[in-house]
Ligand binder design. Sequence first.
Ligand code: 13P
Length: 287
Amino acid sequence: MLVSAKEMLNKAREGKYAVGQFNINNLEWTKSILLTSQELQSPVILGVSEGAGKYMTGFKTVAAMVKAMMEELNITVPVALHLDHGTYEGCYKCIKAGFSSIMFDGSHYPIEENIEKTKELVKIAHAMGLSLEAEVGSIGGEEDGVVGMGECADPAECKAIADLGVDFLAAGIGNIHGKYPANWPGLRFDVLEAVKAQVGDMPLVLHGGTGIPEDMIKKAISLGVAKINVNTECQLTFAEATRKYIEAGKDQQGKGYDPRKLLAPGAEAIKGTVKEKMELFGSVGKA
Ligand code: 13P
């Protein structure tokens, strides 16, 4: 059964570890992440961007697939199905489709409008038993068409949004979606500390988990980050394993062109990346 992400993230914050949000793109991604979570007895959040939702033919398909897969695979660890960087309309669609958690990304609106829309969605999400993530200060780079300039969050604005009763908060601290440029100056821990001082015990979310050095991840967790989003890294490992398979000519040996064989190395590679992240985030055995 899908669960809201509230309880698992409050537990993570108290226990000083983070739960990974791994974005899903198709059946293989979903299966690899669910099986790894079960094997490692780790709670997990499956992230679905609006673009990925559309690709999978809609949020209803995604929710039905995830729920059925959990049943067929006997997944018993806590799993939240979460809309990633949702629009106002997308949030309503996911609530209707049976998601257990939503992110409303109102960071591109003026703060008053972000507050107004977040407030409305918190009320509805909570009435329906879903958790809600809000965002202040946009994350840099591009996530499936959502482009952010990477500005750091204003701690006072974070407090205003946190006070609306959101369950966890994404605050920009210099993090970027996708690969980090060589001249990236690193996470702004001073901003993270200032945000934490304003929002208290609210679990904080670190987007752009791909390529952040291990010591920065650990420091961020020690300063209140309880959810870390990873997407690009699974895409890179999937692509690399698939490329190797094809370059070795394996798709042309026997029935190596069978999609179940062709996609198997990539699916296995994702399991490795997810395992690595769960170990680093400290969520192994916390189900
Ligand atoms: P990366 O693609 O950089 O891992 O970021 C994922 C993310 O933050 C999804 O919201």
